[in-house]
Design a protein around this ligand. Structure first.
Ligand code: ZN
Length: 655
């Protein structure tokens, strides 16, 4: 498909792209079917992430879906309603997917009231209300009141993170109560410590605190039953026995809610490396909970990119070499790195927290003890990166923020190889490296843990990118690849990424914090030697790297310190580092970046539409093929998903 359209549309701060599944049509029917069933399972948890993000989200979605059909398209304010509607659909709820701040309406409040008058009594009742006035009050509060559920994930130090966060993981609880509840559970020393709280909502009842587990027969049962149904269908056409075993354990876990079973599943999932098709489906990442206990539901179905994987395998085969040559203290080095597998994959279906904003790399499982004993699976999403790259080449961002022609040329030549390589190093050897000192708990850094962990993996990648080993392994055609990556990292960490932050706001998002932390730290440490220079040209600021070798040394130095902080569980040092370098932005530079970026008219965030898979049957109802198409628009896909995969009862599941 040479004329594949990567760009779909752009609105607000969002750009909608499409990704392509290479060679799907060449797959045998059984593999296509396996993909199809897993993809259905990947879409059936849609409601879960909506409800996890905030308890009003499912209700709000139903309400907005309905209003969208009622408001006359020639209404002057319709475009504003539509934009908010699309932003909410993109974010899986009322909070911005990245900043987690609440999205608010830009149309008139009176207008909203007029539109609501269009609802029939039946429709008002369907939305769970007897009186229109009550519905008006709630919707006004949701769409206009900036102080009501203002932020999904609050990470400001010194305030109650649980009460200030609008996510739906805890009900009527304070941070102290939550910490006390889970600390008491974790004190039971255990060789295989389960991730307490990972798959439940914690609520206060008359009998004390109680977990509502996300499993069949309990919370989210409507969605989870569907997931299990499709997983069982997939099992029947799996590629091998191990996949069957993996699916069986996952279904057992979804049926029982047992986290011990989840760990068993994770270990078996790690061992399945023979099939071409793999998937993630479950409660995985904990970024949505400021305390890091609760996991959001996500899914991804993917197929291995064999050629790229061969290249990346070289990195994992050399994991021990990286570990031994890492610039960390000897006592923080693993004597033996086990089971680091590195796969390059192509996404086939994104679901839950991976949709529509997709990750570029994933490294699982998260449980530290499983990683230490059994290793981890690291993947990078080739077709997603490629779609980004193809869409961004024409955006003008590089031309605006790179200092000179040389930097631009270097980027166009090596930017894509450099970025891929950095992702591989980050996901594969970065996260899997290093060890904790004995007695140190993996959650010792609390709210700062994820920033420190991401900084660690990034630094590992940055440090080794500029190693001669890259040439020796034939992973790069020239050491200029590292230069391209260093330029891009500094450019992004000190400037470009600020385009995503509102004027006056701090950096909140984990990956953005870690990138600025790393870039600002090396900038400051290299100040005297002028390692990185801030240059003004035609009234615009640029950052120019004068000494790549010295910059590499500084990355190594920070890696050593960040590893020490993790290994020793040094909370104070983590806090100091993150708060000092990762949180605040220079207001003048921030303003400048916003203006320069604004003129390019490129939305700072991207998300992806999934391909549509359809079963093709003959006249005897036998399935004869699975067809893939890429024709849906953003709203078509979102509204179809709302309808076909909306299983939870919005009126009662929420509040
Ligand atoms: Zn990472």
């Amino acid at each position: 498909m040479p004329d594949f359209e990567y760009k779909v549309e752009q609105f607000a701060d969002l750009r909608i792209l499409r990704y392509q599944i290479p060679n799907f049509n060449d797959l045998p029917l059984q593999k296509k079917l396996y993909i199809y069933y897993l993809s259905e399972a990947a879409l059936c948890g849609r409601d879960i992430i909506w409800d996890q993000n905030n308890e009003y989200n499912l209700w709000l979605r139903r309400c907005m879906d309905l209003m969208y059909t009622l408001i006359p398209k020639d209404d002057k304010e319709f475009a504003r309603f539509e934009e908010l509607y699309k932003r909410i659909l993109f974010s899986n709820g009322i909070h911005h997917h990245y900043s987690t701040e609440k999205l608010t309406a830009e149309f008139d409040k009176q207008k909203l009231h007029n539109w609501l008058e269009l609802l029939s009594n039946d429709q008002i009742e369907q939305l769970g209300f007897k009186k229109l006035s009550e519905l008006k009050t709630l919707l006004s509060q949701l769409l206009f009141d900036k102080t009501f559920i203002s932020k999904r994930v609050c990470q400001d130090d010194g305030i109650d993170l649980i009460q200030r966060s609008a996510n739906n993981f805890y009900k009527d609880l304070s941070q102290v109560e939550v910490e006390r509840f889970y600390n008491s559970r974790m004190n039971e020393a255990d060789k295989a410590p389960i991730s307490h709280g990972l798959n439940s909502r914690l609520v206060k009842t008359d009998d004390g605190l109680k977990e509502e587990t996300w499993c069949v027969g309990n919370k989210y049962t409507c969605s989870i039953e569907q997931i299990v149904f499709w997983l069982k269908k997939a099992s029947g056409v799996s590629e091998n026995k191990q996949q069957k075993q993996v699916i069986k354990l996952l279904c057992d876990y979804y049926e029982s809610g047992s986290l011990t079973t989840f760990d068993e599943y994770s270990i078996e999932w790690l061992k399945e490396n023979d099939g071409d098709i793999d998937f993630i489906n479950g409660f995985i990442e904990v970024y949505g909970d400021p305390l890091g206990f609760k996991a959001t539901w996500e899914s991804l179905v993917n197929v291995t990119d064999k050629e790229e994987t061969k290249k990346a395998a070289l990195i994992s085969e050399n994991a021990q070499w990286f570990e031994s040559h890492s610039p960390v203290m000897d006592k923080h080095r693993k004597e033996k790195v086990t089971g680091v597998s590195m796969k390059v994959i192509n996404a086939i279906m994104l679901g839950g927290d991976c949709y529509p904003a997709s990750p570029l790399g994933i490294n699982l499982p998260n449980a530290e003890w499983i990683r230490e004993l059994h290793g981890s699976k690291a993947v990078s999403l080739q077709n997603i990166s490629q779609a980004y790259e193809m869409a961004s080449l024409s955006s003008g961002v590089i031309e605006e923020f790179a200092f000179d022609e040389e930097e631009i040329t270097l980027h166009k030549q090596y930017g894509s190889i450099a970025d891929n390589l950095h992702t591989h190093l980050h996901e594969c050897v970065g996260h899997g490296s290093g060890k904790l000192e004995s007695g140190v708990r993996s959650d010792a850094l609390k709210a700062y843990g994820s920033v420190i962990e991401e900084a660690r993996a990034d630094l590992f990648g940055l440090y080794f990118m500029a190693d001669e080993k890259m040439l020796e392994l034939n992973l790069v055609p020239s050491m200029d690849v590292a230069k391209a990556q260093y330029n891009a990292y500094i450019r992004n960490g000190l400037m470009v990424q600020m385009a995503r932050i509102n004027i006056g706001a701090n950096i909140e998002q984990t990956h953005m914090r870690n990138r600025q932390l790393v870039a600002k730290w090396v900038m400051q440490k290299g100040m005297e030697q002028n390692t990185i220079q801030q240059v003004t040209k035609d009234g615009k600021n640029y950052f120019v790297i004068n000494d790549y070798k010295e910059l590499r040394r500084l990355f190594g130095l920070l890696l050593k310190e960040v590893q020490r902080i993790k290994s020793q569980g040094d909370y104070d040092a983590a806090k100091d580092l993150v708060e000092h370098y990762g949180v605040k932005v220079d207001p003048l530079l921030h303003k400048e970046v916003k203006e320069r970026y604004g003129q390019l008219n490129v939305a700072p965030y991207s998300g992806f539409l999934n391909p549509k898979l359809e079963l093709i049957k003959d006249d005897k109802e036998n399935i004869i093929n699975v067809e893939v198409s890429y024709k849906e628009s953003f709203l078509e896909q979102m509204q179809r998903y709302n309808k076909e995969y909306g299983f939870e009862n919005a009126a009662t599941c929420g509040f």
